[in-house]
Design a binder for this molecule. Structure first.
Ligand code: F6P
Length: 481
């Protein structure tokens, strides 16, 4: 497994004592159970500048750190990954920066990840590269290790060619990805956008999601990066969660008691709405606040019996767009609470923290309505976590049609978060929905999430990868049969 972050980040206490905590974001949450059930090595960054940490074990996983300097964090991670690719791939919600300096750092760091992976991988191993920070790694790795089977999964959207074509390094990115045998995307539309980019840039056909590459050396481009022609497959594989871990937590008495305590601490309102997001401009937190504030203003909701709890976990705090977003969101919270709050009740309970999974499950259980109003989101695993938690077949999911999860969770109340009136209508419909309708919708949602869990996702991806490029041992076994 190769990803920008390892599943744990280094933390250093005030007295200098080091320890490890789970890394932020849905990627690690999804991949950790996959790695626990496979005997493999995980290559990635420890989250700290110039960390001299060598290979180590954590929670039974073998981790191989790739060190990043302070400059590389600024240029490769905060710069090219999160100030260029992230906004570009999320439909330019924020303006991407196109900087040659950050691009050079991205190339250099991708090269180091490829080298570290080439060193860590056994002969004929399967290497699974994750996400937009490492799009050049598949090609760089294939050039170093043609024996490897290489998969790539893009956790975020892949934009339409009209936007992708803005990127000055669009060819290099596509060539980098084509080093893989299988390229996975969240939604069918993402895979379609990528294949269109391949067709537009290289004037080749892509029937049934297949890109046929000619042998290197026959002068055609893109070439296969090997002396044989090669096929690359691009397809969608919607990611999911370890659903059974959530259903197991719901059964814990302490978690259920905590949910009841949360309701009590919030003043036992009739309706608790909940938002849980990394503090990111793609998540539509401001749109959700606007709709909620208008409903309060119009008297359609009342702070005496409604509260919106917003967990906004800190993210990418040194990137200017994220700082500006934090200021904007916190200003809005202050205004809404100032205008509509009372001595007894706040309109919005805003928490700028990350919480352990037990606390999140208790919050999901306590919440009558879950608001996922992303303007663009690869998948949104929080939506699936809420559903997995609601073993009581209760609760209403309001879900943006621009989140990948909307392709699967069709029984949610689907919304266009840009349409504030539509969002208000959906919020009110959720507040007033009958128990019978809540149950029917949640049952259907749960069926989907519980049967399409992360184990199935990784099995599907790895199965398709093995079929796309059988390892020498699989070929030998098939010949014996
Ligand atoms: O899935 C999107 C993603 O960027 C992951 O790659 C990442 O691990 C997570 O969100 C959190 O972001 P970051 O690593 O920048 O804190």
């Amino acid at each position: 497994m190769v990803s920008n972050r390892l599943p744990v980040d280094r933390v250093t206490a005030h007295d200098g004592t080091p320890s490890w905590k789970p890394s932020p974001g849905g990627l690690v949450t999804a991949l950790e159970p996959v790695m626990r059930s496979n005997d493999g090595v995980w290559v990635g960054w420890t989250g700290t500048a110039d960390d001299p940490q060598g290979p180590f074990e954590a929670d039974g996983m073998r981790l191989h750190p790739v060190p990043l300097s302070a400059d590389e964090i600024e240029l490769y991670y905060e710069g090219f990954s999160n100030d260029t690719i992230w906004p570009l791939y999320h439909d330019v919600i924020a303006q991407p920066a196109y900087s040659r300096t950050t691009w050079e750092s991205y190339v250099e760091v991708n090269r180091r990840f490829a080298e570290a992976s080439a060193l860590a991988a056994a002969e004929g191993a399967t290497v699974w590269v994750q996400d937009y920070q490492l799009q050049l790694v598949p090609r760089m790795l294939r050039e170093r290790r043609p024996d490897l089977v290489i998969g790539f999964f893009n956790h975020i959207p892949f934009p339409a060619y009209g936007l992708f074509s803005q990127l000055p390094w669009r060819r290099q990115i596509v060539e980098g990805l084509l080093g893989a045998d299988l390229i996975g995307f969240q939604r069918r539309a993402d895979a379609g956008n990528f294949l269109r980019a391949v067709r537009r840039l290289f004037h080749v056909q892509t029937p049934h999601g297949r890109v046929e590459l000619p042998a290197a050396g026959d002068g055609k481009w893109p070439n296969s990066m090997s002396d044989q022609p090669r096929t690359v497959i691009a397809r969608h594989f919607p990611i999911s969660i370890d659903a059974s871990a959530y259903t197991a937590l719901v059964e814990q008495e302490a978690v259920r008691a905590r949910a009841a305590q949360i309701r009590h601490d919030l003043g036992n309102p009739s309706t608790i709405m909940l938002g849980v997001d990394r503090l990111d401009y793609t998540k539509g937190i401001g749109h959700r606040f606007s709709a909620y504030a208008e409903l309060l203003k119009e008297g359609k909701l009342d702070v005496d019996d409604t509260v919106l709890v917003q967990v906004a976990s800190p993210s990418r705090e040194r990137v200017e767009t994220y700082r500006a977003l934090r200021d904007e969101i916190e200003l809005t919270v202050g205004r809404v609470n100032g205008e509509f709050g009372t001595i007894r009740h706040s309109a919005i309970s805003y928490l700028h923290h990350g919480y352990p999974r037990e606390e999140m499950v208790a919050l999901f259980l306590a919440a009558d309505i879950m608001l996922v109003t992303a303007l663009r989101d690869g998948m949104n695993l929080v939506a699936k976590e809420y559903v997995a938690t609601r073993a009581d077949d209760d609760g209403v999911l309001v879900l943006s049609e621009f989140a990948g999860a909307a392709d699967e969770l069709k029984q949610a109340l689907l919304v266009n978060p840009h349409d504030i009136e539509g969002l208000k209508r959906a919020m009110l419909a959720a507040v007033h929905m009958s128990r019978a309708e809540r149950r029917a919708r949640m049952r259907a949602l749960r069926k989907k999430v519980l049967t399409h869990d992360v184990e199935r996702w990784s099995r599907d991806f790895l199965g398709a990868l093995a079929a796309a490029r059988p390892t020498p041992s699989a070929v030998a076994a098939a010949e014996v049969e």
